[in-house]
Design a protein around this ligand. Structure first.
Ligand code: AHR
Length: 496
């Protein structure tokens, strides 16, 4: 089979929501402490925010950041993290079995989000807490004053409401590991009631119901159907989480991880639409992939298997290879392919914890390999996602059978056309581009992430080892050109 990609401006999937390029900051390991926040660090500002991390966050192009968890939120008392720092309690964090100092909380996060130029997405605790605390948190965060919780914020020195629009109704409530884990009926009811109360406080907010923690959950799909039957009218989005472990299956299945994400997204869309039909509603629920990434999860030690740490120890600081970066780029391609229903994506997490940005305490911050496909996709995937027509040779995988060796997405924004492509196979593939429907096109830039050794990673000692490199842009003749895609590689091709 000849590999061929045909694009036509008339083949539209939908508008790309900039919130697809979100991230996630959880009180876990060194994401907050010595990640985004490290008073006394040479690069810290007056508030203790690491400006080197802020710079990299802006360079990454992150649009939306979910906070404060994650599993952490399911035992979190938001009141612990506000008010004079000296009065804040040391609290046992049940999710990661560490002691939370609460030196960083809601108002510090909002200051960080403003400095980073990102939209906050806050999660409420529906594990150990419920409707009242969720509604009070919205009041503290979004109301101007004149009522107890809003006045408390003013007393804490924050006169103007934070005006947070996006709220998650708990986290991974389907997971037995989750503190306060519930059945779908229990969660659906509490999500509906909490959402209702939160909207009574501020009718302008948008709400995300917890979907499944991954596509292999035994309750997957039945969970979404039951939860949405309870909460359809209260929520705008249903979440899905998806992590890919390079060591769990055969190497080809890992390189083709986006096949799983495609199927997962399609199934959640179908389930949400089933409930829509069943309830005879017209509103469509959109999707929030509010945790996703490559994660060497089989190397992870469960919190039960270690002692309680006095302060958050380094956790899951995975070091990413070129192959991992290609997979991250491919997952972003899958997300663009679903731009009609997928509104929000949060790569988990932003700093140190399975993250594009790494830091040393007191030392430098640097870009992991996965930083690059994210940053370039966030920068260039603008406007409208197009439906590519792609033919490609196949490769065998243990998990998915034969899958196309190439994958691609494209966006068009005015006269700017951008193509994202991956070669997931171990041999080079010439890709024939057919862009005749666009008239005369010129390639202005071709960047590739490809190394002879796909196991290469960036480290504190060699932070720039893996980075995208420019290739000669292909020359088009009558709307056609050929580009060579090396083995295990990710590409962005910009045209006009
Ligand atoms: O991102 C790490 C953890 O993965 C999150 O806390 C949890 O929601 C997920 O299981």
């Amino acid at each position: 089979t000849v590999a061929q990609l045909t694009l036509d401006p008339a083949f539209v999937i939908g508008a790309v929501d900039p919130r697809l390029f979100g991230s996630f900051v959880e009180h876990m390991g060194r994401c907050v402490y010595s990640g985004v926040f490290e008073p006394g660090h040479p690069a810290a500002d007056d508030a203790g925010l690491r400006t080197d991390v802020l710079d990299l966050t802006r360079e990454l192009g992150v649009t939306t950041v979910r906070y404060p968890g994650g599993n952490f939120v399911s035992g979190y008392r938001w009141e612990d993290g506000v008010g004079p720092v000296g009065d804040r309690p040391q609290r046992l964090d049940l999710a990661w079995r560490t002691v939370e100092s609460n030196a960083f909380g809601l108002n510090e996060f909002m200051g960080w989000a403003r400095a980073a130029g990102v939209e906050p997405m806050l999660a409420v605790n529906l594990g150990t807490r419920g409707v009242a605390e969720a509604a009070e948190l919205v009041e503290y965060t979004n109301l101007p004053g004149g009522t107890a919780a809003a006045d408390l914020r003013r007393k804490h020195g924050v006169g103007q409401p934070h005006d947070v629009r996006l709220w998650c109704l708990g986290n991974e409530m389907d997971g037995p590991w989750q503190v306060g884990n519930r059945t779908a009926d229990e969660y659906g009811r509490v999500a509906a009631r909490a959402g209702h109360a939160m909207r009574r406080v501020d009718p302008g907010i948008e709400l995300v119901a917890c979907g499944s923690s991954h596509s292999d959950m035994p309750t997957f799909a039945a969970w979404e159907a039951t939860v949405l039957e309870h909460a359809y009218d209260q929520v705008d989005y249903v979440s899905l989480h998806s992590y890919y472990d390079p060591e769990k299956h055969d190497a080809a299945s890992f390189r083709a991880a986006a096949v799983d994400l495609d199927a997962f997204i399609d199934a959640v869309v179908a389930t949400a639409d089933f409930v829509r039909a069943k309830l005879r509603r017209t509103k469509r629920i959109r999707l929030a992939l509010d945790e996703w990434n490559v994660w060497y999860q089989s190397r992870f030690t469960e919190p039960e298997d270690r002692g309680i740490a006095g302060e958050p120890p380094p956790l899951i600081e995975d070091e990413y290879t070129v192959t991992d970066a290609m997979v991250v780029g491919n997952l972003l391609i899958s997300m663009l392919r679903h731009a009609d229903r997928l509104a929000i994506g949060c790569q988990a997490q932003l700093v140190n914890i399975i993250a594009p940005i790494r830091t040393e305490p007191g030392g430098p911050a640097w870009r992991q390999t996965i930083f690059h496909p994210f940053a370039l996709t966030a920068r260039h995937a603008r406007g409208t996602a197009l439906r590519p027509v792609l033919t490609a040779p196949t490769m065998p995988t243990g998990r998915f059978g034969d899958v196309p060796v190439l994958d691609a997405a494209a966006t068009v924004d005015g006269d700017r056309l951008t193509v994202f492509a991956v070669n997931r196979g171990e041999a080079p593939v010439p890709l024939h581009l057919d862009l005749r429907a666009f008239g005369a096109v010129t390639a202005v830039e071709h960047l590739a992430l490809a190394e002879a050794d796909p196991t290469l990673a960036n480290t504190a000692a060699a932070p720039g080892r893996v980075a995208p490199r420019p290739l000669d842009p292909p020359v088009f003749d009558g709307g056609r050109a050929v580009v060579e895609l090396p083995p295990v590689s990710w590409h962005v091709l910009r045209l006009t």
